[in-house]
Write a protein that binds this ligand. Structure first.
Ligand code: SF4
Length: 389
């Protein structure tokens, strides 16, 4: 058994543990554990500094999880785009491929609580169905392995999946969506990296939310993945009490860059049932972006996105940098709130078909009359200018 597997076996993972180690009321612990399973491996547990700190909030259940009755279990409507149980096919050229229900730590804010930790909903018996679906859809060039955490499967099973995907000629890139470098960095072994190297291009998207997660162990894991040729990106989730502070996010993103991890997204928290106590006003995310852009290397600045409820996909949000227009000039403000003017390139008037009658009158030097030909919707917008000519 490898070290990461031994650590997993020592996880806090029952309502009994919640009662004995964290003083939970027995009934509450059982209800919470039933709603969404608890698992905290000893490595992640060791990062807690005091009760209620940013690490605690991410892994220890909270009674507030039981209060979200009016909210959806599947706010991103993934099920509607799921042709086979293991696949979500929403975007034209890429799919999400769920290969396991298991994670080394069950994040209390998980947006896929309805499935994660439940092997009746995500199961390895559907892996082959997923590979068959991808093989039958030549438009799929990008496969995101997820779950659960795809690094919860053994190297042997992961290699079978990667080899199966690499045998499909139209699959160009494979992405591993894994939280392991953050929550159980011991999973990133030399053996795993050696195997992954055989199936490039493989990108890794990991998930750090707070600077305290950027430990020497995590740094080592990320360096191993980078040395194995995997570009590593980070997706953080914005959460009340965890990282809803511009200074915390600045520190996190600077640390990630030092760890050779490129910040990719900050997600506005989804409206998933049982997670709403983490949500922050959108303003908070915009203020964080304002604090990052210009104040640190552009490489450390991710996109701030809302994954649109109902399945609209990721929509990026930016602070207001364009203040307005003054004729042809655009008024902009920089990161220090200084205002600058940029002389824009004048738009050339769209070319409209010249009506024969009008053309003839012009050519013969006759006085022009208002002439309103049948117009397309686009042309109607320019009607007044045309009539005035
Ligand atoms: S690791 Fe990912 S899938 Fe697993 S519980 Fe955390 S957020 Fe959910």
């Amino acid at each position: 058994m490898e070290l990461w597997q031994e650590l997993l076996r020592e996880s806090v993972d029952s309502s009994k543990d919640l009662v004995e180690r964290f003083g939970f009321d027995k009934d509450l612990a059982e209800k919470l554990n039933k709603l969404f399973h608890t698992r905290i491996n000893p490595y992640y547990l060791s990062l807690i500094r005091y009760p209620g700190d940013p690490i605690w909030l991410q892994c220890i259940p909270d009674a507030k999880e039981l209060e979200d009755d009016g909210f959806p279990e599947d706010p991103l409507n993934e099920e509607a785009d799921s042709p086979v149980p293991s696949i979500t096919h929403r975007y034209p050229d890429r799919v999400l491929f769920l290969v396991t229900s298991q994670c080394s730590m069950y994040c209390r804010f998980c947006t896929r609580k309805r499935k994660v930790s439940d092997s009746s909903k995500i199961n390895s018996k559907w892996i082959q169905d997923g590979i068959d679906y991808i093989a039958a859809h030549p438009e799929v060039r990008d496969v995101v392995l997820s779950g659960g955490d795809p690094l919860m499967v053994t190297d042997y099973v992961l290699e079978r999946i990667l080899a199966g995907l690499r045998a499909i000629p139209h699959v160009e890139i494979i992405r591993l969506g894994t939280k392991m470098p953050c929550v159980l960095p011991q999973r990133i072994t030399a053996k795993l990296c050696k195997m992954i190297k055989k199936y490039h291009p493989i990108y890794v998207n990991t998930h750090f939310n707070h600077p305290w997660e950027c430990t020497p162990e995590a740094e080592r894991a990320c360096a191993m993945l980078a040395d194995a040729g995997c570009p590593v990106g980070n997706q953080a989730v914005l959460m009340k009490g965890v990282n809803d502070d511009p200074d915390v996010m600045l520190e996190l993103h600077r640390k990630l860059l030092k760890m050779r991890v490129r910040p990719y997204y900050i997600y506005q928290a989804d409206i998933t049932k049982g997670t709403n106590y983490f949500r922050t006003p959108v303003r908070v995310g915009l203020e964080i972006m304002d604090k990052l852009r210009g104040h640190t290397s552009g490489l450390a600045v991710p996109y701030f996105v809302i994954d649109a409820p109902g399945g609209g996909g990721k929509i990026p949000l930016l602070p207001q940098y364009v203040l307005g227009r003054n004729g042809n000039d655009i008024l902009l403000r920089n990161f220090k709130y200084e205002v600058y003017t940029y002389p824009d390139v004048p738009e050339t008037e769209p070319e409209l078909p010249v009506p024969e009658e009008k053309y003839m009158r012009k050519r013969n030097g006759q006085k022009k009359k208002a002439y309103v030909p049948k117009r397309t919707e686009h042309e109607v917008e320019h009607e007044i200018e045309l009539v005035g000519k």
